[in-house]
Write a new protein. Structure first.
Length: 271
């Protein structure tokens, strides 16, 4: 038996040869992946940033002088930003309501594999389809306007939140669940009284993070006619009015910062 103070006890555990080979293989595969993607990502064109810096400076000149001269236009932009936030609120709220039951159906400690596997694949499908693609489909169904954006965010976020929520469910402590079971509780009682109280703070934190992301996504959805500030942004980009684009960008940044500060304060209260 090695004494705790002996030099051998202070040595870190050494990996076996098979483990070293696996680690080296992973690093080699990672390096090979970077090499293969170098040309496809056009990383060799990075020097163009320095070669064409004068063009970039001329392009960004208007961005450095945002146009807030017209009070009515600025008020309109703020109203459109508020519409974007409302789209994000409802898209996130609907997705949370759908993600809760789906997350339970995706958890290996709640349901059997024959239920879990198809549910997870459905959530993979919802996550894989971009909000813009979903928004385009819903525009055909409900027409132009914020509702298409709400539905697109709700569907995509359901897939994302269901995965995050299910991971939280799979990491819960078992003693509270066993305590409910010992009192004669059913499977539903175990979920309601043993699982939900443990994951509720983490679920709320995930939902707040996703809401912040949804505000930015809702801005992009405005580009395709789903309402909000994105449409005004697209109009000014299309007309090369970069001073107005800069003003809109600053409004978006201010809104995102306020939302981030509010979400951070709410998350602290959950700890």
């Amino acid at each position: 038996m090695v004494h705790p103070s002996s030099p051998d006890a202070l040595q870190p555990p050494r990996a076996s040869l098979p483990e070293k080979l696996v680690n080296w293989g992973l690093w080699l595969g990672f390096g090979l992946l970077l090499a293969l993607s170098f040309k496809g990502a056009q990383m060799g064109d990075l020097p163009l940033l320095l070669q064409k810096w004068q063009n970039t400076r001329a392009y960004l000149n208007d961005y450095l002088h945002p146009d807030f001269s017209d009070a009515n236009t600025v008020t309109y932009y703020i109203q459109q930003m508020w519409i974007t936030i409302q789209v994000a609120i409802w898209g996130t709220l609907i997705s949370v309501g759908l993600a809760i039951p789906f997350s339970l159906l995706c958890s290996n400690n709640v349901v059997p594999a024959w239920i879990r596997f198809p549910t997870r694949r459905l959530m993979d499908l919802l996550r894989a389809v971009n909000e813009v693609v979903l928004g385009t489909a819903f525009l055909v169904a409900v027409g132009l306007g914020p509702l298409a954006g709400v539905l697109a965010l709700a569907v995509h976020n359901t897939g994302v939140l269901a995965k995050l929520f299910s991971e939280a469910v799979e990491a819960v402590d078992q003693p509270p669940i066993e305590g409910v079971r010992a009192t004669g509780g059913t499977r539903l009682h175990e979920i309601v009284w043993g699982v939900i109280p443990q994951v509720a703070p983490l679920w709320t934190s995930f939902a707040l993070y996703r809401f912040e992301s949804s505000v930015r996504s809702a801005t992009v959805l405005g580009l395709i006619g789903a309402g909000g500030i994105g449409y005004a942004l697209f109009q000014n980009i299309d007309s090369f009015n970069y001073a107005r684009v800069s003003a809109i960008a600053l409004i978006i940044v201010a809104a995102v910062v306020l939302i981030d500060l509010t979400s951070a304060a709410l998350r602290k209260r959950l700890v």
